[in-house]
Ligand binder design. Structure first.
Ligand SMILES: Cc1cc2nc3c(=O)[nH]c(=O)nc-3n(C[C@H](O)[C@H](O)[C@H](O)COP(=O)(O)O)c2cc1C
Ligand code: SF4
Length: 661
């Protein structure tokens, strides 16, 4: 028996019976090789999710046209018969676990940039650029449209021959050729393929008919669509209902419902702060208008949420994306009632940022994601070896759990009276609460793995040597830097102390530094609703660079900026603090000295500096040591901590343990 009876009820999709209702959403991995061929890494990545209990896996972004590579060369394709046998390896592998497999067929349209496609200009309904892909596409002629319709049909036929149980047509997010034709924001045509919703639907419906012709009436066909474009003058909900109905009439087996578009990515792949299952009401509306099953996607991260969506009859299946990157065993753990052991997705979007930047899939909370093959040849246990981890932040906790898994007897010492380091504080600003779930998981994981934890404990070389550790991983993080101009002023506090409530914050605050920490602390300190009253806190950010958070590429940035503006924060970019005196701060902008007056508190958020003294001392003493420094974000901290455990294991292999009897 399971507590999640709705999730673990089989479902019939056309001719396909699926064992449970947890479907894996399509997510590009960039684990194919540079010629677009399948790799062992890709097979192992998907296999881990099938083994973990996914009932249906959608293999993402399978291209229907050779010259439509999407942000990289490393996409799979079904545009040649030669590709059938290699994708057959993937479907055979996933079928071993009773998992059904769908191929998401895509022509990326505006995203198929010429740099990846032998100089060919992207094609679209109309010459309208997508903000996310800065290259002007050219409009297809009607003859060309017929050609692309055929390409989809042929790819579907190959998918069936390769052993896929279904195809999914990507008609979503005003992305890809079909999503592009559907959206009034992109499709400005005045011929039969444009105008009102019927014109915009013509190409997707022709593709559906062609696919049916190629795969037969019984073969399950999923259409992924957006309920709305979520933008002014975009596809409306009433159109969404109509579109879903036309897809049903055309013979589609399942609607996979998302919302919004790639140009407003916080609506499609939403960051933390957006409620779980946020597409629920849209799904409910569309589901009531159709008679075929509907799947919902969007921040469904916990089994109780997924089960409740089904129990409330908002959808027939749940598509889970990032929670599967984080924990391939999500379904099995949910079924077994081990939900507390599911590694939580913290909605940080580093996975998508990396893939969009042409990297391969990775995850802040799961250092194995995308590296399943590499880490499957795990080293042998190193029983009796004593390893010390100094520092109880994300890097230390991650290193400790990994080292304990490798068989070390692990002690973790932390100078403070709590664990979590900077990650604990990262959950304090608005829309960051998911980080607390992540920190809690890392702490629990270390405990479950038997790590001995000592708080309020500072380590020195002498103490370490006396305790007889075989090796040490240092993850002591870094101390906040105070700029010279701000030193010795009693009004100046560090961002860390301000977040943790260790100091009083006045009404008129200046935050020095407009990177992620500075912007988030401004968001934290500014009162949620600015009404100009005497009680409101005035927050000013002073940043040297011309823009705030210039390195941040995730969708969370746009929402943070929107909140800062709504809260009436003053943003001074291209401005350098020169001096502070009394309640005045002098800064230079555009070569001119300017002044902020009446300041109560100055929060310094200009960065941190690591100290490697202990690492040098231990190395001199001949103790195997790894120093995890430069961990600029949680992804890097967790991954580097994890890797340090493996590296020190490799370094120590062969050397005798001081504790060997
Ligand atoms: C790394 C990554 C890659 C993605 N790639 C695709 C893709 O190739 N095709 C697609 O339709 N959606 C893609 N998506 C969107 C997901 O299918 C899904 O809609 C989104 O992540 C929201 O679901 P979630 O909140 O459960 O993660 C991707 C998302 C992520 C995080
Ligand atoms: S990188 Fe962040 S958002 Fe992506 S799956 Fe991992 S925890 Fe979730």
């Amino acid at each position: 028996m399971t507590a999640y009876s709705h999730l673990f009820t089989p479902i019939q999709i056309g001719s396909m019976k699926v064992k449970n209702r947890i479907f894996m959403a399509p997510m590009s991995t960039h684990l194919a090789n540079s010629e677009g061929h399948i790799t062992e890494e890709l097979l192992t990545y998907y296999e881990a999710r099938a083994k973990g209990g996914a009932s249906f896996i959608t293999v993402a972004s399978v291209l229907v046209d050779r010259l439509s590579r999407y942000g990289t060369f490393r996409n799979l394709g079904l545009y040649e018969d030669g590709q059938i046998s290699e994708l057959r390896r993937l479907t055979d592998c996933l079928h071993k676990y009773g998992t059904k497999v769908g191929a998401q067929l895509l022509h990326p349209s505006t995203a198929a940039l010429s740099q990846y496609n032998e100089g060919c200009q992207p094609v679209a309904a109309s010459p309208v650029e997508a903000r996310a892909y800065p290259e002007l596409p050219r409009a297809l002629t009607c003859e060309e449209i017929h050609h692309f319709v055929r390409l989809f049909g042929e790819a579907a036929r190959r998918a069936k021959e390769a052993g896929f149980d279904a195809v999914e047509l990507h008609c979503c997010h005003r992305h890809g050729l079909l999503g592009n034709f559907l959206s009034p924001l992109h499709n400005k045509r005045i011929d039969e393929y444009g105008g009102g919703v019927d014109g915009r639907l013509k190409m997707p419906l022709e593709v559906i008919a062609e696919v049916r012709k190629q795969v037969g009436d019984d073969f399950p066909m999923v259409v992924r669509m957006s309920a709305t474009d979520a933008e002014p003058d975009g596809q409306s909900l009433i159109e969404g209902i109509y579109i879903a109905r036309q897809f049903e009439k055309a013979g589609v087996s399942l609607i996979h419902l998302s919302n919004g578009s790639l140009d407003i990515p916080w609506k499609t792949t939403a960051p933390s702060g957006i409620p779980q299952a946020f597409n629920m009401d849209l799904a409910d509306t569309i589901r009531r208008a159709i008679h075929i099953p509907l799947g919902i996607v969007g921040r469904i991260n916990e089994p109780w949420v997924a089960d409740m969506v089904l129990e409330q009859k908002k959808a027939d299946v749940v598509y889970i994306g990032r929670a599967f990157i984080c924990d391939p065993e999500f379904p099995n753990k949910a079924f077994a009632g081990e939900e507390n052991q599911i590694r939580p997705c913290i909605g940080c979007l580093r996975c998508l940022e990396t893939v969009n930047g042409d990297g391969s899939i990775c995850c802040t909370m799961n250092p194995r994601a995308g590296r399943e093959l590499q880490l499957s040849n795990e080293p042998k246990y190193c029983k009796k070896r004593k390893l010390l981890i100094v520092g109880g932040g994300p890097a230390g906790l991650s290193a400790a759990a990994a080292a304990a898994e490798l068989g070390y007897a692990v002690t973790l010492t932390e100078r403070a009276d709590r664990l979590g380091g900077q990650m604990y504080l990262a959950a304090f600003p608005p829309c960051k609460h998911d980080v607390a779930k992540g920190t809690k998981y890392l702490v629990e994981r270390a405990r479950i793995m038997g790590v001995k934890i000592e708080l309020n404990s500072s380590m020195t070389k002498e103490k370490i040597m006396l305790a007889g550790f075989d090796g040490v991983i240092l993850t002591t993080g870094a101390e906040p830097i105070l700029p010279k101009s701000l030193m010795n002023d009693s009004r100046v506090v560090s961002a860390q102390n301000a977040l943790e409530g260790k100091c009083r914050i006045g009404k008129n605050v200046v935050v020095v530094g407009g990177g992620p920490v500075g912007c988030e602390i401004a968001d934290f300190l500014a009162h949620p609703h600015f009404d100009g009253s005497a009680n409101g806190r005035k927050v000013t950010i002073v940043e040297m660079d011309p823009i705030l958070e210039k390195e941040e590429k995730t969708a969370a940035r746009a929402l943070l900026m929107e909140r800062l503006i709504k809260k009436n924060c003053t943003i001074l970019t291209g401005a350098r603090v020169q001096s502070v005196s009394g309640t005045e701060l002098i800064y230079v902008k555009d070569g001119q000295r300017k002044q902020l007056s009446g300041i109560d508190t100055i929060v310094s958020a200009i960065g941190t500096r690591a100290d490697d003294t202990l690492a040098c001392q231990l190395r001199e003493a001949g103790i195997p040591v790894r120093n995890v420094t430069g961990t600029t974000n949680i992804l890097k901290a967790v991954t580097d901590g994890f890797d340090a455990a493996y590296q020190i294991f490799a370094e120590m292999a062969g050397s005798p343990s001081t504790n060997e009897s």
